[in-house]
Design a binder for this molecule. Structure first.
Ligand code: NAD
Length: 513
């Protein structure tokens, strides 16, 4: 592994100062067929530190030639290698070892992830634990997997022969990159496929760690391949590669639409986890303290760069003023800080381009709603991608900040009077990823949950998720659900095998008289 050549960090005197993590690789490379390699054309791109916006490392910029190379390795590992043919129990052992290694390296993973993405370190640690859990979950699932058998007594038995499909193309976004990669890698590999991963270009650092983890856990060479680069080049080449029958994509809805069109001529299996603008509906009978705490966390955790963020809060008129007042006061106390500091609750947004986008919505919000918290850089952070937690009240549903995904620490609050109005407002966007409902009325909670246009609903809780449940959105938030067995369904083919037990049962054509 060449990436063990390392940069030297420049230790400062202040223990709390922002600095490069120790032992960074010299550069970020692709990982193809068990080797770290540069791009075939030697091209690289700059990766920025979100706190200073200075380039801190170069990453290999993959193109079609690199994707070809990676797909060929993955294809070879699929057709000639042991992985797809191993017993589920043997694959499961490797997956458990991967989970163990992710757990033991959690601190390092979180350190790199937090540095590269600007996520607060405590939250990056939680994401590393979740990444390990994803592997453990699918390690267990593949040994417990049961497939259907259908019997027609005396005549026929039919059974489902589940098989891996081939090379899966995995395309991931920059929010919680390592965890979201694990979400796709674990089921794809567990099912016996081989993969080519294309991580987001804003945050390529942590993906390289998979290589060492997989090698140490005993994953055969060529099963995992990694190509860095831009979406329009490396991502596009993967989508259009004829030997990649599956694409699992997480990212923006507009990118998902483009990938759908680009994959159409190849008739690929597609799984699309896309954007969101999820409502949190707070009824007057709710536990207001719990609702305020949860909706603050729901939009400001992970810097607001969370697909399931409850970024539209709908509040019943009777408690509206009190809610807005408490919410704004608490939002002002949310601690913005350097990503590596343990007390930080909101860190730096991932990239200056994204910072500009979020700030443009903050400025727009000042014309569309009533600013009650934030609205600028936080005090003391004159550089870097820092945004003060920002709250707009009285936001009409026609406002762009009500309709469009901002993907930052910005929330819109809107009043409603009746249950019908709450539901109409909740459904009044093109998105349908998540919804949160706060009420102590049992009937109402279920009726609204079932009527709301969202792939996932949480009643009186935040988005803690049982890994067995479906994950995914409706409308512009996605197509296809992963999660639990559904992920294995996406990454496998369910072949039907029919066995005759009796007379061959068909009319005889061309019978001799
Ligand atoms: P993005 O769509 O810009 O990029 C996602 C990935 O797609 C990146 O790796 C990018 O390089 C690649 N890509 C871009 N253009 C491509 C193309 N033409 N062909 C192939 N690949 C291409 O998204 P982002 O800004 O990285 O991530 C934020 C978005 O992701 C938000 O909209 C967020 O809601 C969404 N998201 C959704 C979920 C979910 O589960 N629904 C989870 C996390 C993030």
């Amino acid at each position: 592994m060449n990436s063990l050549e390392t940069q030297t960090s420049t230790p400062g005197t202040d223990a709390d100062a922002h600095r490069l993590p120790e032992d960074l690789p010299q550069s970020i490379q692709h990982y193809i067929d068990g080797q770290f390699v540069d791009s075939a054309d030697g091209d690289t791109f700059d990766v920025l530190d979100p706190v200073t916006n200075e380039t801190y490392i170069q990453a290999a910029s993959g193109k079609a030639a690199d994707v070809d190379h990676a797909v060929a390795a993955a294809r070879r590992a699929f057709t000639e290698g042991p992985w797809p043919r191993m017993l589920p129990r043997e694959r499961s052992r490797v997956l458990h070892r991967i989970a163990d290694l992710v757990e033991t390296r959690g601190d390092r993973l979180a350190e790199l992830e937090s540095f590269d993405s600007g996520l607060p370190i405590t939250q990056a640690l939680g994401q590393a634990r979740r990444a390990a859990e994803n592997f453990r979950f699918f390690a267990d699932l593949i040994v417990a997997q049961a497939d259907d058998v259908y019997k027609v007594p005396g005549r026929q038995v039919n059974y489902v022969n589940r098989k891996p499909i081939g090379v899966a193309g995995l395309i991931t976004p920059w929010n919680t990159p390592f965890m979201l990669e694990s979400w796709k890698l674990a089921p794809a590999i567990a099912a016996g496929n081989t993969v080519v991963l294309k991580p987001a270009e804003f945050t390529p650092l942590s993906a390289g760690l998979w290589a060492g983890i997989f090698e140490e856990a005993g994953l055969p060479q060529g099963v995992f391949n990694l190509v860095n680069g831009f979406g329009e080049q490396a991502g596009d080449a993967l989508v259009k590669h004829p030997e990649v029958p599956l694409i699992s994509f997480t990212g923006e809805s507009a990118t998902g639409q483009l990938i759908f069109a680009n994959a159409a001529p190849y008739l690929k299996g597609l799984s699309m986890e896309l954007g969101g603008k999820s409502p949190a509906i707070v009824f007057a009978d709710a536990d207001l303290e719990a609702a305020v705490n949860a909706t603050i966390f729901g939009v400001f955790s992970l810097n607001g760069e969370r697909c399931t963020a409850g970024s539209r809060i709908l509040v019943q008129r009777e408690v509206y003023d009190e809610f807005v007042e408490r919410y704004a006061a608490q939002a002002k106390r949310v601690k913005v800080g350097l990503p590596h500091q343990k007390t930080t609750e909101v860190g730096a947004l991932v990239h200056p381009e994204h910072y500009e986008k979020v700030m443009s919505y903050v400025e727009l919000g000042k014309t569309e709603g009533r600013l009650v918290a934030g609205g600028d850089r936080p005090e003391g952070f004159e550089t870097g991608n820092f945004v003060a937690p920002t709250v707009f009240a009285d936001v009409p549903p026609t406002a762009r900040i009500f309709q469009e995904e901002i993907f930052g620490p910005v929330v819109a609050i809107t009043p409603f009077d009746t249950e019908e109005e709450a539901l109409a407002l909740a459904n009044d966007t093109r998105y349908g990823l998540a919804a949160y409902i706060w009420t102590n009325d049992l009937k109402r909670s279920h009726n609204i949950a079932q009527a709301v246009e969202a792939g996932m609903v949480w009643l009186n809780s935040n988005n803690v998720r049982d890994l067995r449940t479906p994950f995914g959105g409706v409308k512009a938030s996605g197509l296809g659900h992963e999660g639990g067995y559904r992920s294995l369904d996406f990454y496998t083919d369910q072949q039907a095998v029919h066995i005759n037990l009796g007379e061959v049962h068909n009319p005889v054509f061309g019978k001799a008289d």
